[in-house]
Structures are given as structure tokens and as C-alpha cells.
Design a protein around this ligand. Structure first.
Ligand SMILES: Nc1nc2c(c(=O)[nH]1)N[C@H]1C(S)=C(S)[C@@H](COP(=O)(O)OP(=O)(O)OC[C@H]3O[C@@H](n4cnc5c(=O)[nH]c(N)nc54)[C@H](O)[C@@H]3O)O[C@H]1N2
Ligand SMILES: Nc1nc2c(c(=O)[nH]1)N[C@H]1C(S)=C(S)[C@@H](COP(=O)(O)OP(=O)(O)OC[C@H]3O[C@@H](n4cnc5c(=O)[nH]c(N)nc54)[C@H](O)[C@@H]3O)O[C@H]1N2
Ligand SMILES: [Mo]
Length: 764
């Protein structure tokens, strides 16, 4: 066999060999023990059929700059020069009239792997060269977690990269207690590129070691080890109550030893009165938690005792904080782990998101990778990313964030590259009302996604397989010389080239490019990184050898890791980056923010919507809109692999047999999910692995609106667009009640994968 070239994607590293018709054959990396099929479909004809091939402008915008008709009107294809002149002209007009604070280029999204052609980095660099833009902070992934965790233990980036390795868990962990499982479907990816997929083997070796494995979860299937897993159904949104009850039992147990609390934490004394009920008259006992969560009190009591007796690792899925008061679940987890006193011991302590991505539990060396310098942004206005619709709907209004008060800017121009708000945002009917407000919306996309269809000016971007790049992701163990493997589709251009064209029109070409072409940039950011990692004892070959080699395997530097081991050994010499240098069971700083929805210690707060609340009488099913197994968000939804998971062409909704029976719906039938915010169709999958009262409709079916109805099965027409709390303003997608019923009328066809209509323009 010929030796391959390589490409990196969020799903893994792929080996490319010459194929038919100028396209490469794509195969998984031979060294990957558990590759995912997702990326093999990147060039499938069904996917290619949706490429944006030429720049396109919405008819009403082209003819009269009209903001009306987004998402409904046809497009007019234009030449690149026309499109770039239009965008540059609009940027210039808006800067002149309203300043750079009127431009939103926060542009949240995963884009594609590759350190140079990272769409957001390119976009931010471009705007920084012309006076700045309104940015977004945090992520939809970890909106609440990113804000709360630095106050109490560690920032999320360092936490993600320093989880105790799978090898150590298999050797030392005796009891693994998960909240929300360790979903192998999610561990298929790592942002910027997964390397060897290791989570499955990690779980298998943990099970083989004889560890007891317990999973608190509304569904069974998110923790599979090949051995025994005890599934404990829990009402969604109530994990904090269960964690508090476990902490209550630990603290009241005769074996409780508070030496770790005394030496490595602060604020225990201010938390205990709440835990014991001295502060509010409600002791956080297992009986109290059973009432809230439906988990039997006796089970919790016994488990708490066993946690004290065994080397115990606790794990929380990120989903727990993508919810109302999401901060509390992470804080309660760390608090519970602190009461057990095993943080920093091999196989003990806590994890935040084993399974959420491939990186968690990696033993590969932790070094920084190559980056495109983004410059600095003179505009100070920003939003927490999930407040996007709020910002458009409420310009000038204030919001709180991490203890400060800020004001929403008034946005006239939205420019997106590498993300899909019509995938990621909640309450899409509300988003559409907000989306109608700006003067102009520019979208750089590979495909005719719902975001592209809702744009005014759509600029076709190349995909990773059409450009040279450098692949690298934290602790994934490889540098990859990504090799251009085919010509660009249609007239697609690299995001860098698109923005260079705009920079030129705005007199910022040199500032943007610094006189470098793409190849010069690749060499530059690689060599800069090569010099930087020498300090970590990593010797990389020079750029030319790197490109020739294709793949640099760092696994000989592997070093199994124990999270917080140094801090445990000597807290004075290795303090945490919290205000006290210790774990903050009570945070003076957060308490000082005086927020009712986020007090100074982990606390149970009723979610906005939940099965224990009043709204459940009208909408008695909790909707879990989790990450999809067969794609990454909306990416590659048109692919055969994703479509094979659908039910009669629509996304599958998992329903417990009793809930299905009560509504007289069966496998394969089309139902309507609805609440006060919207409606969507989906195909029923009756599923014994789901607790009663919970339905599961994964995200990522391309949004296909017909009025307030989505025809394809996108859960974000149903989810709530409300901040997790006034601390973080994080996304709370997992807090959502719905009802379902059999669809009675004629079935509207799914149009999500039909390309838009193109017409010829009639300029006035
Ligand atoms: N209900 C609900 N909603 C959720 C979640 C949930 O759990 N429940 N999860 C949330 C989370 S955690 C996340 S991270 C978000 C994900 O939301 P997004 O990251 O916005 O979703 P993607 O579909 O990955 O969008 C990336 C887009 O970038 C495009 N793209 C890829 N490569 C390039 C490139 O090189 N150039 C350009 N110009 N474009 C490119 C792709 O075609 C794709 O359309 O969704 C959030 N939404
Ligand atoms: N294949 C694939 N993998 C992905 C992604 C993808 O789109 N596709 N997206 C990636 C991204 S951007 C992110 S941020 C991560 C996200 O990782 P997570 O946020 O962990 O992912 P989810 O799939 O939303 O949820 C994980 C599990 O939590 C459970 N769960 C939901 N609500 C509750 C609850 O209240 N209590 C308990 N105990 N369990 C609950 C769900 O049943 C689900 O199985 O995944 C990444 N991995
Ligand atoms: Mo995410």
C-alpha cells in the first residue's frame, strides 16, 4: 500500500490515499484502537450536494438592503469581487455610522480542526486589524462551569487537560460513581482533533479491575464498560440534591475524617449549617433528596458509607451544568469529593466530564500547540455566548456576569464563520425574532446549513481536506501535517483568503497578512511553537521535516497523571489558583456578588422547569437534548452515517415504553413534541433504557422550519433560552419540559437537505 498523507478532524486523524476522480480515499488512523466512523463520510455525495459553491446574496438584501425575509427568500449567486465589495462596503458603512461596537463577530462554534485555518481565529484577527468587534466569552459546553470553577478549584481548560489517567483509575479506583455516565458517543471527539480513542478501553479496564461502577442517570446507555454497571435512574436536573445528601451522610458518618477539609479547603464551617439544616430548617438528608430526585434514600445512605471505605472517583457529565443553576452541580461534586478527602490520591477524587471528550483521562504530554496570533481587540463590549438572542433583542440593557454589570451593545452587523447558531442556540423561534433585527448578516460556511440559509451574504469556505494545515490538540499525542487532498469545491476559498480579500478592501491587508502567504504562516506558527515546547522537554523536527514526516507521535513522552496530586502533597508549595489557594467549599467572592441564584456555597435551587414543578402538569416529559452519536452537532448530518440513525427521515425521539403506551404511540411512528415555545416532528424509538417521564431527542438534525414547527426533529425549537444563573449567564438547554402526541395530519416532507433556491437579481 502507498504511504498515506494525513488529515485531522474533531473525530480523529485520517489517512488519505489517492482515490478516484481527484478525491482522496479516507481511512482511520491505523494506530487508533477505536476509530469513529463519523469522519469517513466527509466527502459522501449527500454531503457534497450541500456545499456552498459560489458567493450568494439574499435577493431582498441585494435589491434593496432589506432585512426582511431572512430564511425565506431565494439567493442570487454573485462573483467573489461583488460579494467582497458588498461585505467590505457594509463593514465600512456600519463602522462609520455606529462604530465597531455595532459589529458582532463572537461567532461561536466548533468550525474544523487545524490550527491555522481555524475560522474563528481568522475572523477575530481580521476584525482586530480594523478596530475590533463585539466578542463572546465562555462556551455552550461549559457556560456555568467555566465561570464558577476558577473560584472554587481550577479553570476548566486546565481541569480538562489534567484528569487522572485511565491507567491510574484501572489500578487504584475501587468505586466509580458517575452522574450522567461516561458517554462513549461523546468521547469520539476532541475539539481541534482527537488522536487515539481511549475511553472505551479505559472503561473496560476499570471494569475488569473489579471496581464497582454506579451511574446516576435518566438513561442507562451512557455508561457501558463491558461489565456490570448499576443504573440508578434520577430525575433530570436534581443531581445537586443527591450529591448534597451524600455529603450529608459522609459528614454525619462515624468514619468521617476532616483532616483533608482542614488542610486543603476553606469555608466548610459556613457550608455545614446549610447541609445540616441549621441555616434553613431543611436538613439535606437522603429522604429529602429522594423526594426531589426519586433516588431511594436507603441506597444513598449505603453508598455514602461505601464511598468512605473505598477509593472513590466521582464524575459529573458536563450536561449537568448545561441547565438551570448548573454551577451547583459542579460545586456540589467538588464539595462531596472534598468531604471524602481523596482528592489528589490515585484513583480517588473527582472528574468533570470523563467521556465528554476523548482528552479526559489522557496520559499524553500536556504542551501548548501552535496558534494564529489574533492581535488585540479595542472594543470592550462582550457577551457570554449564550446571551446572543438576548443581546439582539435588548440593546442597551444590562446583564450581570461574574460579579460585574455590563451592557448589551446595539448590533447592526453579524459576521459568523465556523459556527451554527441555528444549531446551537436555544428557543429557535425566539432566535428568529432576534435574527430579524440587524441590518446585515454575513455567513462564511462550507455547507447550506440553516445558519447559511438565514444569512444575507453567504461566502463559500473550503473544508479541511482542501487546505494544508497543522493539526494539534491538547493531550491528544500528535502533531499532524494536514495535507491538502483535493481542489476546493466550486469557488470556495479558505477563510484566510476571504478575510484577506476584505482586509485589502479596508486598507488593512498588511496588518492582517504581515506579508505572509499561507505557507509562510504555517511555517511561522509551527517554528514558534517548536521553540516554545523545548522548555517542556519536547524536541520537534524542523518544519520541512515535519511536513515530510506527516505525523509526529508524542506517545513516548506519556506520563500517567493524578489530578491535584501536587496540591495534595503540599498545598502551600502548589496552591490552587483560587483566592485562598485552596478548594473553596464556601466562596467569599461569590457570596460577595450577592446573587440569589448563586449563593456562596453549593446549594439546591429548584430548576425553572422540572418534573417536580408545577409546569409538569401541563408538560409532563423532561426533554434531554444530548449530543448526537452519529455526528458532531449539526456537522455531517446529511451524511449516510447520520441519516442511517434517523427514523423515517426524521430524528429519533427515545421514549420509555410506559410513556409511549400512555400516548398510544409506537416504534417508527411520527410524533409532535411541543411546549409553549415551539413544536417539532420526530420518529419514535421506544426505549427501555430511559426512565419514565424523560424523553431524549439528540441535537443536530438540521433545522427545517415551517412556521413555528420544525419538520426534522431539532430540539432547540423547544428548549429554553434563559441563563443558568446571574453568575455565568450560561446555556441551560437541558432544563426543558415538553409533551408529545401522535402526528395526525398529512406529513410535511423534510426540506432540510434541499439546497436553497437561486434566482437572478433585479437591482433597483
Ligand atoms: N439543546 C441543546 N443545544 C445545544 C447543546 C445541547 O446539549 N443541547 N450543546 C451545545 C454545545 S455544548 C455546543 S458546543 C454547540 C455546538 O454548536 P456549533 O459548534 O455552532 O455547531 P456545529 O454544527 O459544529 O457548527 C460548526 C459549523 O462550522 C462549519 N465549519 C466547519 N469548518 C469550517 C471552516 O473551516 N470554515 C467555515 N467558515 N466554517 C466551517 C460547519 O459546517 C458547521 O456548520 O451546541 C450547543 N447547543
Ligand atoms: N458524537 C459526538 N460527541 C460529542 C459532541 C457531538 O456533537 N457528537 N459534542 C461535543 C461537545 S461540544 C461537548 S460540550 C460534549 C458534551 O458532553 P456532555 O455535556 O456530557 O454531553 P450530553 O450528551 O449533552 O450529556 C451527557 C449525558 O448526560 C445525561 N444527562 C442529561 N441531563 C442529566 C441530568 O440532569 N442528570 C444526569 N445525571 N444526567 C443527565 C444525558 O442522558 C447524557 O447521556 O460532547 C462532545 N462530544
Ligand atoms: Mo460543546
Amino acid at each position: 500500500m502507498t504511504s498515506p498523507t494525513y488529515s485531522a478532524a474533531h473525530w480523529g486523524i485520517y489517512e488519505l490515499r489517492p482515490g478516484a476522480g481527484g478525491d482522496p480515499q479516507i481511512a482511520p488512523l491505523a494506530a487508533d484502537p477505536d476509530p469513529t466512523p463519523i469522519g469517513l463520510d466527509q466527502l459522501a455525495p449527500e454531503v457534497e450536494a450541500l456545499r456552498v459553491s459560489r458567493p450568494a446574496v439574499r435577493k431582498g438584501w441585494l435589491e434593496g438592503r432589506s432585512a426582511m425575509g431572512r430564511g425565506e427568500e431565494p439567493f442570487v449567486e454573485v462573483d467573489w469581487d461583488v460579494a467582497l465589495d458588498l461585505v467590505a462596503g457594509e463593514i465600512a458603512r456600519i463602522r462609520e455610522a455606529h462604530g465597531n461596537e455595532a459589529i458582532f463577530a463572537g461567532s461561536y462554534g466548533w468550525a474544523s480542526a487545524g490550527r491555522f485555518h481555524h475560522a474563528q481565529s481568522q475572523l477575530h484577527r481580521f476584525y482586530n486589524c480594523i478596530g475590533g468587534y463585539v466578542r463572546s466569552v465562555d462556551s455552550y459546553s461549559l457556560g456555568a462551569g467555566r465561570v464558577v470553577m476558577p473560584h472554587i478549584v481550577a479553570d476548566m481548560d486546565s481541569s480538562n487537560a489534567s484528569h487522572t489517567s485511565w491507567e491510574v483509575l484501572a489500578e487504584h479506583c475501587q468505586l466509580f460513581v458517575a452522574f450522567g455516565g461516561v458517554p462513549l458517543k461523546n468521547a469520539q471527539v476532541s475539539s481541534s482533533g482527537a488522536g487515539r480513542h481511549r475511553a472505551r478501553a479505559g472503561l473496560e479496564s476499570l471494569a475488569a479491575s473489579g471496581a464497582r461502577i454506579v451511574n446516576f442517570s435518566p438513561m442507562r446507555g451512557n455508561l457501558v464498560t463491558g461489565g456490570t454497571v448499576e443504573w440508578v435512574p434520577i430525575r433530570p436536573g436534581t443531581d445537586t440534591a443527591v450529591m448534597l445528601a451524600l455529603a450529608h451522610e459522609v459528614v454525619c458518618h462515624p468514619q468521617f475524617d476532616r483532616s483533608f477539609i482542614d488542610s486543603h479547603t476553606v469555608g466548610f464551617g459556613r457550608f455545614v449549617p446549610y447541609l445540616l439544616g441549621e441555616a434553613d430548617g431543611v436538613a439535606k438528608t437522603p429522604e429529602w433528596a429522594e423526594e426531589i430526585s426519586t433516588v431511594p434514600a436507603g441506597f444513598l445512605r449505603a453508598l455514602a458509607g461505601e464511598m468512605l471505605a473505598k477509593r472513590t472517583m466521582l464524575n459529573a457529565a458536563w450536561a449537568l451544568q448545561r441547565a438551570a443553576h448548573g454551577e451547583q452541580a459542579f460545586w456540589a461534586l467538588v464539595t462531596l469529593a472534598a468531604t471524602l478527602g481523596q482528592i489528589g490520591l490515585p484513583g480517588g477524587g473527582y472528574g468533570i466530564g470523563y467521556g465528554a471528550m476523548n482528552v479526559m483521562g489522557s496520559a499524553h504530554v500536556r504542551i501548548p500547540g501552535p496558534v494564529l496570533p489574533q492581535g488585540s481587540n479595542p472594543v470592550t463590549a462582550f457577551i457570554p455566548c449564550a446571551r446572543f438572542a438576548d443581546m439582539l433583542l435588548h440593546p442597551g440593557e444590562t446583564f450581570t456576569y461574574n460579579g460585574d454589570r455590563h451592557r448589551y451593545p446595539h448590533i447592526r452587523l453579524v459576521h459568523w464563520a465556523g459556527g451554527n447558531p441555528f444549531h446551537h442556540h436555544q428557543d429557535l423561534n425566539r432566535l428568529r425574532r432576534a435574527w430579524a433585527l440587524p441590518d446585515t448578516i454575513v455567513i462564511q460556511e462550507n455547507y447550506w446549513t440553516s445558519a447559511a440559509r438565514h444569512g444575507d451574504i453567504v461566502l463559500p469556505a473550503t473544508i479541511s481536506l482542501e487546505r494544508d494545515d497543522i493539526g494539534f490538540a491538547t493531550r491528544e499525542g500528535y502533531y499532524i501535517a494536514m495535507r491538502k487532498a483535493r481542489a476546493p469545491y466550486g469557488e470556495a476559498r479558505d477563510d484566510h483568503a476571504i478575510l484577506a480579500g476584505l482586509a485589502e478592501r479596508l486598507g488593512a491587508h498588511h496588518a492582517f497578512s504581515q506579508g505572509r502567504g499561507t505557507q509562510d504562516w504555517l511555517r511561522h506558527i509551527y517554528e514558534e511553537n517548536r521553540a516554545r515546547v523545548v522548555g517542556a522537554g519536547i524536541e520537534l523536527p524542523d518544519y520541512d521535516v515535519f511536513r515530510e514526516t506527516g505525523l509526529i507521535d508524542l506517545s513516548r513522552h506519556d506520563d500517567p497523571f493524578v489530578m491535584h496530586a501536587e496540591f495534595r502533597r503540599d498545598a502551600a508549595a502548589h496552591p490552587l489558583a483560587t483566592p485562598s489557594g485552596r478548594i473553596e467549599i464556601f466562596s467569599e467572592r461569590i457570596a460577595g456578588f450577592a446573587l440569589e441564584d448563586c449563593p456562596g456555597h453549593a446549594a439546591w435551587r429548584e430548576p425553572f422547569e422540572w418534573l417536580g414543578g408545577a409546569l409538569a402538569a401541563r408538560y409532563p416529559l423532561h426533554l434531554i437534548s444530548d449530543q448526537p452519536e452519529r455526528r458532531l452537532h449539526g456537522q455531517l448530518d446529511p451524511a449516510p452515517y447520520s441519516r442511517a440513525g434517523k427514523v423515517a427521515g426524521r430524528e429519533g425521539v427515545h421514549v420509555n415504553p410506559q410513556d409511549a403506551e400512555a400516548r398510544r404511540i409506537g416504534d417508527g411512528e411520527i410524533v409532535e413534541l411541543f411546549n409553549d415555545r415551539g413544536r417539532c416532528l420526530a420518529g419514535v424509538i421506544v426505549d427501555l433504557g430511559l426512565m419514565r417521564g424523560v424523553v431524549r431527542l439528540s441535537t443536530g438534525a438540521w433545522y427545517d422550519p415551517d412556521g413555528d414547527l420544525d419538520r426534522h426533529g431539532n430540539p432547540n425549537v423547544l428548549t429554553l433560552d434563559r441563563a443558568a444563573s446571574g453568575l455565568s449567564q450560561g446555556c441551560s438547554a437541558h432544563t426543558c419540559l415538553v409533551e408529545i402526541r401522535k402526528w395526525q395530519g398529512p406529513l410535511p416532507p423534510v426540506r432540510a437537505f434541499d439546497p436553497p433556491t437561486f434566482v437572478v437579481a433585479h437591482p433597483r
